[in-house]
Ligand binder design. Structure first.
Ligand SMILES: Nc1ncnc2c1ncn2[C@@H]1O[C@H](COP(=O)(O)OP(=O)(O)OP(=O)(O)O)[C@@H](O)[C@H]1O
Length: 260
C-alpha cells in the first residue's frame, strides 16, 4: 500500500536556524498520528511546509505519490490536505454562521462571490448541519470574538473538514482549552474524522490527549524526527524521555490507547 503522504529529507532553514532537517515522515490512510516536541522543535514548520504555507529549503513532499512542493495553500487544500491553526483563522468580528457561510462561498466559487447572496436557505441549512455535527449550534449567532477558546477551535476544525480532506493536520487543537473540555473537543473531532475516513496528524503538548487518540506517535527534537512508532514505544524511548517529555510523567500509555 502506498503512503497517503510522504516527506523525504524535508528541510527548512531560517538563516542560520535549522527549523527542519532530514524529515522522513509517512502517513497512511486511516492513521491518527500524534506529534510531540518541545517549543521550537519544528512541528509547526513541518505542518506549514506540508500545507504549502512555507517552501522547503530542500526535500520532497509526496501526496498520493505526486509531488506537491511548490503548490500554494489553496492548491494543497483542494488536493485533499486541510489544516487548522494554533490560533484559529476565523473572522473574529463576524458570527459563527457568517464564518461558515463565507467558507462555503469560497469553497463553492473558489473566490468569495460578492454579487451572489451567501445566506440562502440551502446554505444556512447546510451550515446548521455542520455546526450540529460539532455540537456548536447554540453559538451560531454569536460573534467569534466572544466564543470560548474550545468553540473557536472546533469551528476552525469544522471549517477545515468542510472540504472532506483525505488528511487533516491539526496544530495544537486543544491549546488554550480548559482541561475538562479537552477530551470532549477531541471526541467530537475524532467522531467527525472517523465518519469522513480522513487520516489525521495532530501536534499536541498534552500527553494524555496524545495517549488517548494517537494510533502512532512522532517525536520531534531540534528540527528532526527523534522517534516514530507505536505510542508506548515512543513514550518509553530513552531519548524521548530525556529530551522531550522528561522522566516525571506517569501515564500508562498502553492502557490509554486501548481504552480510547
Ligand atoms: N518565520 C520564521 N523566521 C525565523 N525563524 C523561524 C520562523 N519560523 C520558525 N522559526 C524557528 O524555527 C524553529 C522551529 O519553529 P517551529 O515554530 O516550527 O517550532 P514548534 O515545534 O512548532 O514550536 P511550538 O511548540 O513553540 O509551536 C524555531 O527555532 C523557530 O524560532
Amino acid at each position: 500500500m502506498s503512503a497517503l503522504l510522504e516527506t523525504r529529507s524535508l528541510a527548512r532553514n531560517f538563516g542560520a536556524v535549522t527549523a527542519a532537517a532530514d524529515i522522513d515522515v509517512t502517513i497512511n490512510a486511516g492513521e491518527i498520528v500524534g506529534v510531540i516536541g518541545s517549543n521550537g522543535a519544528g512541528k509547526t514548520t513541518f505542518i506549514n511546509m506540508v500545507t504549502g504555507y512555507l517552501a522547503p529549503s530542500s526535500g520532497e513532499i509526496l501526496f498520493k505519490g505526486k509531488s506537491i512542493v511548490g503548490k500554494n495553500p489553496r492548491q494543497v487544500m483542494r488536493a485533499g490536505i486541510c489544516r487548522s491553526f494554533q490560533v484559529a483563522q476565523l473572522f473574529p468580528e463576524l458570527t459563527v454562521l457568517d464564518n461558515v457561510l463565507i467558507a462555503y462561498g469560497i469553497m463553492k466559487h473558489k473566490i468569495l462571490p460578492l454579487m451572489s447572496p451567501l445566506a440562502t436557505k440551502a446554505n444556512i441549512q447546510q451550515a446548521e448541519q455542520l455546526l450540529e455535527e460539532y455540537g456548536i449550534t447554540s453559538y451560531m449567532a454569536e460573534t467569534v470574538v466572544t466564543l470560548p477558546q474550545g468553540v473557536r477551535k472546533l469551528l476552525d476544525i469544522a471549517l477545515a473538514m468542510l472540504r472532506k480532506p483525505e488528511i487533516l493536520l491539526l496544530d495544537e487543537p486543544t491549546s488554550g482549552v480548559a482541561i475538562d473540555d479537552k477530551f470532549d473537543l477531541m471526541d467530537t473531532v475524532m467522531r467527525a474524522v472517523r465518519k469522513s475516513g480522513a487520516a489525521v496528524l495532530f501536534v499536541e503538548h498534552d500527553m494524555e490527549v496524545i495517549a488517548r487518540y494517537s494510533t502512532r506517535l512522532i517525536a520531534f527534537y531540534d528540527g528532526r524526527v527523534l522517534a516514530d512508532g507505536a505510542v508506548s514505544d515512543v513514550m518509553n524511548d530513552e531519548k524521548v524521555k530525556e529530551l522531550v517529555t522528561g522522566h516525571h510523567l506517569d501515564i500508562d500509555y498502553e492502557q490509554e490507547v486501548q481504552h480510547a
